[in-house]
Design a protein around this ligand. Sequence first.
Ligand SMILES: Cc1cc2nc3c(=O)[nH]c(=O)nc-3n(C[C@H](O)[C@H](O)[C@H](O)COP(=O)(O)OP(=O)(O)OC[C@H]3O[C@@H](n4cnc5c(N)ncnc54)[C@H](O)[C@@H]3O)c2cc1C
Length: 417
Amino acid sequence: MRASARFSGTTLPAPFALTERPVDFSWSPEHEEFRHKVRAWLKQNLPPELCVDDAADERVAPNREIFEKRRKFQAQMNSAGWSGLSWPSEYGGRGAGVIEQVVFDEEYSRARAPVLPGYSGIGLCGPTLIQWGTEAQKKTFLPRILSGEDIWCQGYSEPGAGSDLASLQTRATDMGDYFLVNGQKVWTSGAQYADWMFVLARTDPAAPKHKGISYLLLDMKSKGVEVRPLVLMNGHAHFNEVFFEDAIIPKENLVGEKNEGWKVAMTTLMYERGGGGGGGHTSQVRRLAALARNIEFDGRPAWEQEWVRQQIAQFAIECEAARLTRLRSLTRRIKGLPPGPEGSVLKLFGSELGVRIAQFATELLGGFGIIGDSTKAVPDAPRWLNRVLSSRQYTIAGGTSEIQRNIIGERTLGLPR
Ligand SMILES: Cc1cc2nc3c(=O)[nH]c(=O)nc-3n(C[C@H](O)[C@H](O)[C@H](O)COP(=O)(O)OP(=O)(O)OC[C@H]3O[C@@H](n4cnc5c(N)ncnc54)[C@H](O)[C@@H]3O)c2cc1C
């Protein structure tokens, strides 16, 4: 695809000046070849029973059987060198560039492949360990993250600490060779299947709240760790409460310096926000167009209404804008820098777009929107119901929309606090 950015006749002030050079978004022959390789591998190896329509809405497997099948698929991907694509090869990754990662993600989503059970390890904890971990931690954990032998969950949020994460109260008392952990986490996605948790705990209660926090690696099988699943309104136990009662974490599982865990925690969050807000909206817009053709308003297809077509076209434009913004944000990654606050723009825009698409679907669906069974008029009613119920989660998970707006205002636009 080639997009021209030629503008003439308008003189804009320096920061907004537009380049005369056409922007070329076409893929190089090497990247096209890479794409064919990924596509062919997925075609041959992805079990059809694992395919999902709305992968992002089912990041956590609905049951143990599906979880184990997905874990096996992750191991297969790892053997073929697809797990941890952009990780450095010295840590078991493919050492591929960010462009390859984008191409891979496009093909993966096109094939309707599921989110890997190791997504927290591969996307969040692993890159954080690569930046902050000791050599021993990297050697122990990184290969098992890629293979799916160890599945990780994120122990950040607590009942009194979400947006204001630094208010967390879980305590890790220094006992010499180990920490003794007491407290509670909540909204812990996938903890019911996880082998390990990267957890934030307070190691110096007397210090100001952003200080005195440490980043620790907890074996979920440790004595004193209890996981209680929470069932969502769509019936899915996506996340959990996790309780710690005198759980032991050996000292070698401290990441970074003791009491300096906030910096490490922020690295993880940058990777989380850089991941974008749910994504996959282009396929939702295609489904929306199909729905508009199928469903009737006053005996005529909804598609015949101009406002319906215009709204769907608007969504398609916004999806393309999001895709191009994501490509633009890759410049930083190509330079070898970790994701920056621009991830907040993508997270905010992507997650809110997902909600608006789902809301518009409810306008088209009318009464069908609350029916969870397939009907002649809406054969994919269960998927739409799930989408409508699930879309909101992305405006909360990984930092709410209000928090992203604060970050954009303060760190990207330089507005006063
Ligand atoms: C699907 C999903 C999965 C999740 N998975 C995990 C996980 O695996 N691990 C984990 O640790 N956590 C997880 N979370 C928790 C998530 O990180 C928190 O829900 C989120 O940070 C918000 O915190 P909170 O729920 O305590 O809401 P609060 O922080 O109490 O916020 C309540 C409301 O106040 C607003 N608000 C708060 N502070 C400000 C402010 N300074 N300025 C403006 N508005 C503000 C918020 O935007 C929100 O609307 C998950 C959440 C969801 C929805």
